[in-house]
Ligand binder design. Sequence first.
Ligand SMILES: Nc1ncnc2c1ncn2[C@@H]1O[C@H](COP(=O)(O)OP(=O)(O)OP(=O)(O)O)[C@@H](O)[C@H]1O
Ligand SMILES: [Mg+2]
Length: 509
Amino acid sequence: MKIGIDLGTTNCAVAYIDDNGNPQIIPNREGERTTPSVVYFEEGTVVVGKSAKLVSVTDPENTVQFVKRQMGNLDYKFPMENGEKLTPEELSAIILKRLIEDAEESIGKKVTDVVITVPAYFNDAQRTSTQDAGRLAGVRVLKIINEPTAAALAYGLGKKENQNETQNILVYDLGGGTFDVTIMSLSSEEVRIRSTGGHKNLGGFDFDNAIFSYVADCLEEEHGIDIYDDEIAMQELREKSEECKKMLTTRKKAVVSISSQGKSSKVTITKEQFNSMILSLLNSTIIIMKSVLEEAEMEWSDLDKILLVGGSTRAKAVSDMIEAETGIRPSSELNPDEVVAIGAAIQADLLEASDELEQEPTVKSKSTKVVDVNSHSLGVLVHDSQSGEQYNSIILPKNTEIPASITRTYYTSVKNQEFLHIQVTEGDSEDPEDVWIIGDTEIELAGNAPIDSPLEFTMSYDENGVVHVFAKDKYNNENLGEIVIERKSNLSEREVNEKATKLMMLDIE
Ligand SMILES: Nc1ncnc2c1ncn2[C@@H]1O[C@H](COP(=O)(O)OP(=O)(O)OP(=O)(O)O)[C@@H](O)[C@H]1O
Ligand SMILES: [Mg+2]
């Protein structure tokens, strides 16, 4: 069975296409349609979801939340009591395993293939981490797709009646941890992404933090108590801040009570206060929206619709701000918690998995075409032949339709050059300091060529937005094949295999 998984910062959802061809959310073992992305370690057992979220208040040291924010960060390790340390990929794989087991239990079939969604703004390292997490969980990742694209697929499916019409749609996705904006043209035959942008660390989590800091300051002022000294109280306040925020979508004010070291404070927060706390965060989302609009070469009036996705768009200030800026009342006709998983299931259904594990899935004929773009420019670091200075040479600018590849020729700098050092980058600047070096690789050359001999490089983004590099020695007319980029932020092949074996044994509650 193929399923679609929305692996969220705070919540996950899983969907599949039923025998009648309709997408359905698969409830988890608690019968709920979303599962909190929380893992709790308790002496030999691993608990995922709602129960883990509940204990996070009493035992914060043994719970992990918001692991999606750490994807592609090799420095992050979660220390377990037994001294073992887990990577973001392993933690995500634990969540995935639980989601998959629940889906199998509910549908009564084995899950073999999955489509996992990621924020459009995820870079190569974060995408590769997500693919690795899927492999660790023991399933084949058919495709990584962008969350807004998934939302568009789900939306488009409900709109089949407008056969010939093309609509320009902006998806504004503000979740728990990430913000994404995507502009796309949608017709009954295809979803074509025009431009995309976002922020990988901006979401409801930051709204909670604003309330958290405000209440912590009140506690400090009233009793001189520093909540940061009290881990349990901190976790409690984090939960209460989120509850308070949610309450403020329907109420004019909410009260947060917090106690630490025998002293307590009761803090009232009004909707106006909350709105002003998150004003600058919302302003950042508007700035990003404007640049995405510009990159699509559109005006607000070219948009037919603004779709809201992600739990944080339930805060009324969000739609008010968007309307004030664009003149368009955003539509909330989609279920913000479920639409991404539904879109992932639709995408999984569009792909025909081959029986050969190594083979790429093919697209079923006569189905909706999905044309996505890269969200980061791809380049290499090169030396200017005159000044000798190093700069970033952009090869595939962002918002290029993917899959895409481009070939460039570079020249050897010494006679009989034996090695070539390649540094592949993501980012828009020419300054090497301002871009992200995805990976470093040294390739061996034949060592027989005169200076200035041509080397041809083909760099590409595949369907998943993951980078590949191929090289050709033009002097010897020899194909050097795909160059394995040693990704600085990802697990090695060996680590993935080792960890996969370990995770297979794990019992998850
Ligand atoms: N009524 C509400 N008002 C404001 N925020 C809300 C409300 N309900 C849920 N949220 C917030 O929505 C966020 C979760 O949204 P969602 O489930 O879409 O995120 P996610 O998919 O886990 O994250 P991401 O897409 O960033 O990876 C949480 O921060 C939650 O507090
Ligand atoms: Mg989400």
